[in-house]
Design a protein around this ligand. Structure first.
Ligand code: COA
Length: 564
């Protein structure tokens, strides 16, 4: 069936639905919701049987939904309506939430229900829930709705679609609804408020007397003897500042200063460089849980697990340096098997484009950042004393994918989406030793198949191509549990010493054939041109990306109807 996606952007959820539907044999073209006229033109060109709207922030024009059935994905339970569905569910700590697929009609979110799915809620940010539970439920619901559409062409009876309607109309959540009362709110309340607004729009607040929006909040351990005034900023830990609540501390990792020199999200310490200079740096260790992002644990005999949960999967120069330091510390007395869990939402998305954008010289900062992530990747490639597993519980993009390929085994859960290419960021050539790591994969996958295409890959496609070694686990917790079981069995295996010897020998052989330094030099020569050359594409693409500039056209590789 020909399907047109009408969507505000090709976000993670849209990518996942695209992969699910194309895997079922449907032909999917994508048009960004730019204007009614452009949407109607797309329908005229593609002549779809069905329009699917994975992510829309405004109504579909009547001329469109009257002409072609339009199925809209709403991130709320059946009956829920309004623009802040998930925000309310997080803010009010709903025990269960869901996704509804309904047909567009004159009234927003009020058309016939085609499918509905529910899931238990987790204590997490809105964006984390969106990337895991909502995306998984939307995939199930849309596939069911499309199958039903193919079979009957008419919506199922309400009860068959999704059970009884339990939701109701909820208004737009305003900043007044989100406001933090630092004098009275405890840690759980502050976290819930910020999580209900993360990744957008954030909670409007102030730090150091300056207005800003807060994101990326985590609870932080408070020294037993310490007492603080609620609301007081008491210190900093790496990129986060620590602020007192009525009963503890929260680490505020990212802020946006709408009136500041860089009006996009930044690590808090970078957004307030002068103000944080006077703050005490909080002590902590890799394994005491005090770090907001990097954490090491030894869950079972012979297995070490390194988590690097960087906000949005973006890793700045400073974070790369901390990650490499953590790796080096682990590798001084390596576990037999080292599992790299990356972050919960994203395994890694490569260099930190926002931090780069805010630098005095973005070109210089790009250069520092790519070198720092190369250093991390090199440390992983050279870790011949243990078996390294990259375990992707979250999706990965660009350099983050290639960093994972430095591991000996690369595993992912089925819902993971990979974007193993750099081209979408202004034609970046890419580094992270991809020219070494890609050809050494079994197969090997062709560079054209991986780097040449700009489309996402499902975990199963990535496995078929040879980018992943295995795909398993129904959910992120089930995946993590199975990873640890498999890692423990590898650590206990009598074959492990032999595998490590073979790994060491292969590294020596590869180095003799062509040193890692040469791969790096060649890749960085191309990157130097991206950063410092006459073609500004990368700088333009990065600026638009970090400022979330709404696209004015749909890229050709998505708008396949425009090739006709
Ligand atoms: N640097 C800074 N921020 C990044 C980032 C990066 N490398 N990658 C993702 N993000 C941020 C996005 O800006 C967005 O921020 P928001 O919370 O303010 O909305 C958030 O992460 C989620 O990204 P989004 O693009 O909405 O997620 P997605 O699932 O739709 O797409 C990617 C995932 C990886 C395809 C997409 O984010 C991407 O292309 N990232 C850039 C990858 C890259 O080019 N890295 C540099 C080269 S190594």
């Amino acid at each position: 069936m020909r399907i047109l996606f009408l969507t505000r952007s090709f976000n993670g959820l849209a990518q996942r639905l695209y992969l699910e539907l194309t895997a079922l044999g449907h032909e999917v073209a994508v048009e960004f919701d730019i204007s009614d006229a452009v949407s109607l033109e797309a329908v005229a060109l593609w002549q779809p049987t069905l329009v699917v709207a994975p992510y829309l922030t405004r109504a579909i024009p009547q001329a469109l939904w009257r002409h072609t059935p339009c199925l809209v994905v709403h991130p709320g339970i059946v009956g829920d309506r309004g623009p802040s569905a998930l925000d309310w569910a997080v803010a009010e700590a709903a025990p269960e939430w869901g996704v509804t697929v309904l047909q567009a009609e004159a009234e927003m979110d009020a058309g016939p229900v085609w499918a509905g799915e529910t899931f238990p809620m987790r204590e997490a940010s809105k964006s984390s829930l969106y990337r895991h539970e909502v995306t998984a439920a939307a995939a199930r619901a849309v596939v069911r709705a499309v199958q039903h559409f193919t079979a009957t062409g008419a919506p199922p009876a309400q009860a068959a679609a999704a059970g009884v309607a339990r939701g109701r109309w909820r208004p737009l959540m305003t900043q007044a609804d989100r406001a933090i009362d630092w004098q009275h709110d405890d840690t759980a309340t502050v976290l819930r408020k910020i999580r209900a607004a993360d990744g957008a729009p954030g909670v409007s607040d102030a730090l150091f007397g300056q207005p800003c929006q807060l994101f990326d909040a985590r609870s932080a351990p408070r020294p037993a003897s310490a007492s603080y005034t609620p609301g007081q900023v008491v210190g900093r830990r790496h990129e986060a500042v620590l602020r007192a609540t009525t009963d503890g501390l929260v680490a505020l990792g990212h802020v946006r200063r709408p009136d500041g020199p860089h009006p996009f999200k930044l690590p808090t310490t970078l957004a307030f460089p002068a103000e944080i200079a006077a703050l005490p740096a909080w002590p902590g260790a890799l394994d005491d849980g005090s770090d907001p992002d990097i954490r090491y644990e030894t869950p079972c005999d012979g297995v070490g697990a390194l988590h690097f949960d960087f906000y949005n999967g973006a890793v700045s120069t400073a974070q790369c340096m901390r990650l490499r330091e953590a790796l080096c510390r682990v590798l001084t007395r390596p576990p037999r098997v080292l599992v790299l869990f990356g972050g919960t939402d994203f395994w890694c998305n490569g260099i930190h484009l926002n931090v780069i954008e805010a630098a005095d010289s973005p070109a210089d900062e790009s250069w520092r950042n790519i070198n720092a992530i190369d250093d991390v990747t090199q440390t992983l490639i050279e870790a011949t004393g243990c078996l390294v597993i990259a375990a992707m519980q979250g999706s990965a993009g660009a350099g983050g994918v290639f960093m994972a390929l430095a591991a000996d085994r690369v595993w992912a859960r089925p819902g993971v989406v990979l974007n193993p290419h750099y081209k979408n960021m202004g034609n970046l050539y890419g580094s992270e030793y991809w020219t070494y790591l890609l050809p050494r994969r079994p197969g090997p996958p062709s560079a054209a198949d991986v780097m040449g295409r700009r489309l996402p890959l499902s975990a199963r496609q990535a496995r078929a191509l040879g980018l992943l070694d295995d795909v398993f686990g129904d959910s992120a917790p089930a995946f993590r549990a199975q990873v640890l079981l498999r890692a423990a069995s590898l650590a206990a295996s009598a074959d492990l010493p032999g595998s490590l010897q073979a790994k060491h020998a292969r590294r020596l052989h590869d180095e003799a054939v062509k040193p890692l330094a040469t791969y790096r030099e060649e890749e960085l020569a191309r990157m130097r041109r991206n950063f410092y050359g006459f073609d500004p594409s990368y700088h333009v693409a990065r600026s638009n990306f970090v400022r979330r500039v709404a696209p004015s056209w749909t890229p050709r590789h998505l708008a396949i109807h425009r090739r006709i």
